[in-house]
Design a protein around this ligand. Structure first.
Ligand SMILES: Nc1ncnc2c1ncn2[C@@H]1O[C@H](COP(=O)(O)OP(=O)(O)OP(=O)(O)O)[C@@H](O)[C@H]1O
Ligand SMILES: [Mn+2]
Length: 474
């Protein structure tokens, strides 16, 4: 199954035109004041502690595995020198399409590339970006602060989202805030009808990175002006017709989509600013085709039916015999994804995508995490079914999970630190404390599950996929 892109073309689509030169490829006042300053100092100390834990984590050898240089063919895109006539035709085309956009000042040399282009050029067969990628802070800063010159609805998917463009032709996928961070998903709501959460998209990016996967495109939080940054600049006529002012005077819109795009479910500013997530867009499909795969452990998306894996305890036996799960890292990568999903309680992983160019030997792109972090008071054991049923896990994943369970690297602490770096942390912490504690609790469950597997199997190697043979054994 292939996705097609059919967003309204409202602006010069330079991300596609670079195909010219990129190939597929808180008694006394005094005491009160003193107490206040003590509390403040304690908070600062513990925030600084968390930050140093995060730094220690990212400096740990488990995040610095020696890897061979990336072969040429293992980059998603490749820069090639333009021929003279291509250069001329690109320049003519660009000078005709300049409204709101900056002139193109980059060429084939890497120093001239804007952060979004560096991001695209840094995608490889096994990861979305590098560990300690020097481009990451520039990319996220731009997503968080650059002027938005275009906002159009993204077709496909069930809930409203917008593609936003920046003056330097960078693009981001915007998902607006639909519920408060402290609101738990109602127990009577099915996973498939839950509202998406902007903070889940942000937190998923941080969690995926902390787990050492680097399979989620960078996501930042941002306050968006519903009028100036959407209504006034959109060329999407259908979107414009859905704007209105609510009874209390907030600027609202609802857009067009198959779920929750109605006046009752409008997205509203307070009165005009709204929180949202902005995910760096992946390269256009015309440059890098993606393939969408049905997840073998997907749910039935029905109120009455169970999926096969819910009733058949030997379900994994058939999966591991069928391509592409029968060889390479596909099965263990799917299990990595189910660990990520269990930790953040995402039951909505119906599909996953890969880059077509890399065939079956490539990482799984962890897109669409908006239904995660809905509940902290309950865990959902069935999300771990792939791990429980297959009893298989990458050794590098297990070692990082164990590291994250140790007090000096505690998952909740490093997540708190990482999320504090997002611009929306200034409004309120991206994940509430109960959600952070749930991460530690769930991590213990994952580690115990693997331990049980090891006890049930005769050989260590039946359970552990040793992807780091040269890493010392504990
Ligand atoms: N960062 C991104 N860059 C490019 N395309 C993206 C990005 N994130 C998502 N997409 C594409 O947009 C589609 C819809 O996004 P997403 O799945 O997040 O929305 P959704 O409304 O939850 O969709 P669905 O209801 O199908 O689950 C995805 O299938 C994916 O192909
Ligand atoms: Mn979805």
């Amino acid at each position: 199954m292939y996705h097609t892109s059919c967003e309204p073309r409202s602006h010069p689509d330079i991300q596609t035109s670079i195909s010219f030169f990129i190939q597929n490829t808180s008694t006394s006042t005094n005491t009160m004041a003193a107490a206040g300053s003590v509390t403040h100092k304690v908070e600062i100390d513990s925030a600084a502690d968390d930050i140093s834990k995060l730094e220690a984590l990212f400096s740990h050898p488990l995040y610095h595995m020696p890897t061979p240089p990336v072969p040429d063919g293992d980059w998603l895109l490749k820069v090639r020198t333009k021929r003279k006539e291509e250069e001329r035709s690109t320049q003519q085309w660009l000078s005709a399409n300049e409204d709101g956009y900056d002139p193109i000042l980059w060429n084939t040399s890497a120093e001239t590339h804007p952060p979004w282009l560096r991001f695209h050029l840094g995608i490889s067969r096994w990861q979305m970006y590098q560990h300690k990628d020097p481009n990451l802070s520039a990319l996220t800063q731009q997503l968080a602060s650059h002027r938005i010159v275009s906002a159009v609805q993204k077709s496909g998917g069930t809930q409203l989202k917008l593609v936003m463009s920046f003056r330097n032709y960078g693009k981001a996928l915007f998902k607006p805030m639909k519920q408060e961070r402290h609101e738990e998903t109602s127990v009577n709501l099915y996973y498939f009808s839950d509202f998406e959460r902007h903070n889940a998209e942000i937190a998923a990016f941080h969690l995926d990175r902390i787990l050492g996967f680097r399979r989620v495109p960078p996501v930042v939080g941002r306050l968006i002006n519903v009028i100036k940054e959407i209504k006034d600049i959109t060329t999407d006529h259908k979107l414009v017709t859905t704007f209105f002012t609510s009874p209390v005077g907030n600027a609202c819109f609802y857009g067009q989509c198959s779920y929750y795009c109605s006046t009752e479910h409008a997205i509203c500013g307070r009165p005009i600013m709204i929180e949202g997530s902005l995910a760096a867009m992946l390269p256009d499909l015309s440059l890098a085709q993606r393939r969408s795969w049905k997840c073998p452990w997907r749910r039935s998306y029905s109120r009455s039916k169970l999926a096969l894996w819910e009733t058949d305890n030997n379900y994994c036996d058939s999966v591991r015999k069928s391509p592409p799960y029968d060889r390479g890292t596909r099965l263990v990568d799917l299990i990595d994804m189910s660990i990520l999903d269990f930790l953040m309680s995402n039951m909505d992983r119906h599909h996953y995508e890969t880059f077509e160019k890399f065939g079956n030997d490539t990482f799984l792109i962890h897109l669409d995490n908006g239904r995660a972090f809905g509940r902290h008071s309950k865990d959902e054991p069935s999300i771990l079914a792939p791990l429980v049923q297959c009893c298989r896990v990458r050794r590098s994943t297990l070692l990082r999970l164990r590291l994250l369970s140790l007090p000096p690297y505690r998952l909740s602490d490093v997540m708190r630190a990482s999320l504090s770096q997002d611009p929306l942390a200034a409004v309120a912490p991206l994940l509430t404390e109960p959600h952070l504690s749930a991460l530690d609790r769930r991590l213990a469950t994952v580690i115990q599950t693997i331990q049980d597997c090891l006890e049930q199997h005769q050989h260590h190697s039946d359970v552990i996929y040793d992807d780091i043979t040269d890493y010392p054994r504990a």
